[in-house]
Design a protein around this ligand. Structure first.
Ligand code: URA
Length: 206
């Protein structure tokens, strides 16, 4: 399932991020804000369980979340989505995946992985701002499935049709959430119109 968040606030904030003149501070702030807004919408279908509680007035039956949330940012740009989501879900655990691309085969390989042991029963959100070719997202999802993850949501800011197709083909069970679906990838692998290199813009590198 592909869900593109159509919301004026998200679109406005993403427009600020796309502008070439937007600096690190505003880029990060808008990213935090969009991540929170997206998380609110993504959490709409989270499972809940009935619980009995005591209010100051009486005992009553209500509901609370029944599954843990695990965030799995793909290093390094995925880190940019963590704060905005943990502001909304402070109990979320955070795992990490580091990938490098083999110069010859162009295939992504794992160089770092650290996960909470609750991943098999949790709702796992793989985070990467840019869904370009989909290679990293497909590899990251392969890796967490090998470690037992079953419920997986891929959360990206901007996607290209090429990346969406690659993930849908490799992992049809994974829901994909985007703030925007852009036009295409250019010859250098950048999303068009996109916002440039997300990692460089988040961390102020070049
Ligand atoms: N990664 C980025 O940071 N930007 C793109 O446009 C594509 C991949």
């Amino acid at each position: 399932m592909l869900k593109v968040m159509n919301h004026p606030l998200i679109t406005h904030k993403l427009t600020q991020m796309r502008k070439v003149e937007t600096g690190t501070k505003d880029f990060r702030q808008n990213l935090d804000e969009i991540a929170g807004l997206m998380a609110y919408e993504i959490c709409r279908d989270l499972p809940t369980k009935p619980v009995m509680i005591q209010t100051p007035i009486c005992e009553c039956q209500t509901e609370e979340l029944s599954k843990e949330i695990v965030l799995i940012p793909i290093l390094r740009a995925g880190l940019g989505l963590v704060n905005g989501i943990t502001d909304l879900i402070p109990t979320a655990k955070v795992g990490f995946i580091g990938l490098y691309r083999d110069e010859e085969t162009l295939q992504p390989h794992e160089y770092f992985a650290k996960f909470p042991n609750t991943m098999p029963d949790a709702v796992n959100m793989v985070l990467d701002p840019m869904l370009a070719t989909g290679g990293s997202a497909v590899a990251a999802i392969d890796m967490i499935k090998k470690r037992g993850a079953k419920t997986i949501k891929l959360v990206c800011l901007v996607g290209a049709p090429e990346g969406v197709k690659a993930v849908e083909q490799a992992h049809p069970d994974v829901d994909i959430y985007l703030a925007a679906l852009d036009d295409h990838l250019n010859e250098k692998g950048y999303i068009v119109p996109g916002l440039g290199d997300a990692g460089d813009r988040i961390f102020g590198t070049r």
